[in-house]
Design a protein around this ligand. Structure first.
Ligand SMILES: [Zn+2]
Length: 500
């Protein structure tokens, strides 16, 4: 022992150090994990490189040729890819996070952060919703948009089937202001849907200006994803240009025969806007079909009118693009297309359609996109991966989106390189959401990580069994804690509410 120093300041310093050493002994060092020998896809699109990654506490501590520290937990990741956790910019787990905070269908895909409050609908008041998430944390991080229709209905009540007055728009602006103060990071709209569709472009521009002032962006289920999709996309550009904020065409789609094959025009429109300084981007889910009932195909609701039914079948590219998945009056139809059943019965598809709706309707899967358009849209550098899924979603995209892109679009079809696909799942959405400490692998960033096997990763969810979990996602960490390992949730729920 050294003699006690005479200076009281030095004495205090020494006692302080002793106290610190004391606490260090009482409480363990921050949890430290070394992931060794992985191929790193760092989220920037850079080529894969071999390195080890050390995680300390909730952060990435170091990346490189690292030796294990004594007592450190080591994960042997040879043959596996380590990537930043996937950030889903369009997710519908708003209620699911309350009922199923473990979120197995989401973390098992490698999703570590999701953006809810989509298509114009969000919780309100947002602050209270986010408080409940903090009190009952989920396994993964959550960020939210403020819904345009939510705000519109709060101001206009049930009298929303018209343009809003200037006074009403002012009141909506105040609510948007409040929503962003309470933690929203974007303004969402669903202007194909009933409440939002009555809004003028001017109304959305006014509200987007408020969102932009708070550093937010506008994310839109656009006015038309069918025959008038191109003009609806032009409206997205106009909103970005006039409100001066970043804009995102969410779950981008060319959904009817009238616009199939126009993906190059879409890219040209958006590239031209980007050149003028409009920060427009998109997200896309990797499925070329929707799931609903037959009735929704005929907007006029005249299901026994052969002309209207014929037009609906034409829009979808023909009766061979309607797959019957559920039909109680005759289960033998299930798994066959409308064209196949009509041919076997010797009647027209229109007649069969009318008969089936009259007998109680059928569950169907309808084609929405061509493969060529999907490929072109995915290959645009500003398109990120999204699921439009979420906890409890009865569509295979709810549990299969990210493994499907990695297995099908990267490994099998080779539309995207693996580093580029990972960028579209992590670095690019992090940039769009403004999450500066997530989305790439760098020392100092938060340790949201996915470890997967590039040779086996694949989705297993189908239209019939939408909740089947994927294979090949080996381990997932959220804020430095392991939440998914060896095909199971660990039970940890380290998710945080992410705001700006
Ligand atoms: Zn939508």
């Amino acid at each position: 022992m050294r003699p006690l120093p005479r200076s009281p300041t030095l004495l205090a310093a020494l006692l302080c150090t002793a106290a610190l050493i004391g606490t260090a002994h009482a409480a363990p060092q921050p949890h430290s994990v070394l992931i060794t020998g992985a191929d790193i896809a760092d989220g920037t699109g850079a080529p894969l490189r071999k390195a080890s990654v050390r995680v300390k506490g909730d952060r990435i501590d170091a990346i490189g040729e690292l030796q294990p520290l004594s007592g450190e937990q080591v994960v042997d990741a040879r043959g596996l890819v380590l990537a930043p956790g996937f950030i889903d910019p369009h997710n519908h787990s708003d209620e699911g996070l309350e009922t199923d905070p473990q979120a197995e269908t989401q973390i098992s895909q490698g999703i570590t952060t999701l953006l809810i409050g989509q298509d114009g609908g969000s919780a309100w008041p947002l602050g209270e919703y986010l408080e409940r998430r903090r009190a009952n944390p989920p396994a993964l991080n959550v960020a939210t948009c403020l819904g345009h229709a939510t705000v519109r209905e709060a101001v206009m009540g049930q009298d929303y089937k018209r343009a809003a007055t200037p006074a009403e728009i002012l009141r909506m602006e105040e609510l948007v202001e409040r929503g962003f103060k309470e933690g929203a990071i974007c303004l969402s709209s669903g202007i194909e849907y009933v409440i939002g569709s009555y809004a003028t472009t001017e109304e959305i521009v006014a509200l987007s200006r408020v969102a932009g002032r708070h550093g937010g962006f506008y994310i839109s289920h656009i006015r038309d994803e069918a025959d008038r999709a191109l003009s609806a996309m032009q409206e997205v550009v106009t909103i970005g240009e006039q409100a001066k904020l970043p804009v995102q065409n969410t779950h981008i789609k060319l959904g009817t025969k009238g616009v199939w094959g126009k993906s190059a025009e879409v890219i040209a429109l958006y590239d031209a806007a980007r050149k003028r300084g409009v920060d427009v981007s998109a997200d896309c889910y990797p499925y070329d079909a929707w799931m609903s009932n037959m009735k929704v195909m005929v907007p006029s609701k005249r299901w026994d009118d052969p002309v209207d039914v014929g037009r609906a079948l034409d829009d979808i590219g023909g009766a061979q693009n309607v797959l019957i998945t559920g039909y109680t009056p005759d289960t033998a139809y299930e798994g066959r297309t409308l064209a196949q059943v009509a041919a076997s019965r010797g009647i027209t598809p229109e007649a069969l359609f009318s008969e089936m709706v009259a007998k109680g309707d059928a569950a169907i899967v309808g084609k929405s996109m061509t493969e060529e358009d999907m490929k072109t849209l995915y290959q645009w550098p500003w398109t990120m991966v999204s699921s439009d899924g979420g906890i409890g979603m009865e569509h295979p995209r709810g549990a299969g989106t990210y493994p499907k892109v990695l297995g099908s679009y990267v490994r099998e079809k080779q539309w995207l390189s693996l580093p580029e696909a990972v960028r579209k799942m992590s670095g690019l959405p992090a940039w769009r959401l403004g999450l500066t400490d997530r989305g790439t692998l760098e020392p100092g960033k938060i340790a949201d990580l996915v470890l997967f096997n590039p040779a086996t990763v694949k989705d297993n969810s189908t239209y019939e069994k939408p909740f089947l979990l994927s294979t090949g996602i080996e381990k997932v960490w959220v804020n430095g804690q392991l939440v998914w390992s060896e095909g199971k949730a660990t039970g940890e729920r380290p998710g945080k509410v992410v705001t700006r």
